[in-house]
Design a protein around this ligand. Structure first.
Ligand SMILES: [Zn+2]
Length: 372
């Protein structure tokens, strides 16, 4: 999670800035200071345009944040915990720890964002009306913010997942058909369609108006939406396929015991075979930590001689553990909430297996119905 800055909490929700956000912040500021304000308010000194651009850009992203907060507050009021809100290059995202249980909850949560954008747009329009003729710089900034918030609301209501409109579509199909699975499939397929249309729109802007920046930008957003919709569909299929399975059915078992002082090089040469996907690291004969194969792969060649397993193993007493007959979906949710990628399965005080995200995906891949 090094690609994000933690900026503290707003109403109890962690607020993060992804580094890619700075790119869009600079682009919006430059666009405002060069293209938007000078033609509409000529004869101002350059620093005035830059100040207007910077403040307007910050207020725009504050509006995006308010949109995401609206989703989060309504979600939380319906029992859906929100882990964090991130601002990134394509806007904002509220990270829920799980999906809604009821179609009506999803609908309310989805429309909260666009409604808040419309309300904010209305407030800026009122400021514009009030300041028009007396404080032209502020009035112009308010006018642009009013317009962009309406654009934000309308764009987000396009009926394709992961946009809010896609969630509205899903909640309606879910409500009327009674099938969450069918609704998710329809909303994510619509999301891919919307993504492709936006890419085409970007190409059209380049061909018709020669505006490379706007066209390229729109196409990038289209690509992002299409791939997110595809990933969401895969995620929902994953959940569908894991439903009803227990930890002992999907875990990697037969963990090999390896002493903690073993180095990674020794492990690779002497102990492990490529079929060992679960390693228990012992301390004076007792299992004290756990390692998955991908933990070892991430150690660089030159560090392997001096890295001992006890240094990289996850201590068992600090990891949440699963019971053999625990529901896999509940385990996935817990891994998601606590940001861990592996969980030991414990029976009678002994580790009998390991669940990792990698092995869950491998398990699902081994079921024939898994199709994108
Ligand atoms: Zn939204």
């Amino acid at each position: 999670m090094n690609s994000e800055l933690n900026l503290g909490r707003i109403l109890g929700i962690q607020f993060r800035l992804h580094y890619s956000w700075f790119i869009i912040f600079i682009l919006v500021t430059v666009f405002l200071a060069w293209q938007v304000f000078p033609p509409n308010l000529p004869n101002q000194p350059q620093p005035v345009y830059w100040a207007m651009g910077t403040i307007t850009s910050l207020l725009f992203f504050a509006s995006v944040l308010a949109h995401e907060l609206a989703h989060s507050i309504v979600g939380r009021a319906h029992g859906i915990p929100i882990k964090s809100i991130t601002l990134f290059i394509f806007g904002g995202a509220a990270h829920m720890t799980r999906e809604a249980d009821k179609a009506s909850d999803e609908l309310k949560m989805a429309v909260a964002g666009p409604i808040s954008s419309l309300v904010i747009g209305g407030l800026f329009a009122a400021v514009w009306l009030f300041l028009r003729g007396s404080a032209d710089q502020l009035a112009l900034m308010a006018l642009w913010l009013a317009q962009i918030n309406v654009v934000l609301a309308v764009f987000n209501l396009l009926p394709g997942f992961p946009l809010d409109g896609g969630r509205v579509l899903r909640s309606l199909v879910w409500h009327f058909s009674g099938s969450y699975k069918r609704a998710t499939k329809m909303a994510t397929q619509a999301g891919r369609g919307v993504g492709y249309l936006i890419i085409l729109g970007g190409i059209a802007i380049v061909l018709l108006y020669g505006d490379w920046l706007a066209g390229f930008w729109l196409a990038l957003i289209g690509f992002f939406l299409e791939s997110t919709a595809r990933a969401s569909y895969r995620q929902s299929q994953l959940q569908e396929l894991l439903k009803g399975f227990t930890a002992s059915q999907v875990m990697v078992s037969d963990c090999r015991l390896v002493p903690g002082q073993t180095t990674v090089s020794q492990l690779v040469q002497e102990y492990a075979t490529s079929s060992d996907k679960c390693l228990l690291v012992t301390d004076q004969g007792r299992a004290g930590g756990v390692l998955a194969l991908h933990n070892i792969k991430s150690i660089s060649q030159k560090d392997r001689d001096k890295t001992r397993l006890r240094d990289i193993a996850r201590p068992l007493n600090r990891l949440p553990v699963a019971h053999p007959d625990q529901d896999v979906l509940a385990i996935v949710q817990q891994m998601n909430e606590t940001d861990i990628d592996l969980m030991p399965v414990v029976s009678g005080g002994r580790v009998i297996g390991l669940i990792t995200l990698d092995n869950l995906i491998a398990f699902v891949n081994s079921q024939d119905e898994f199709r994108i």
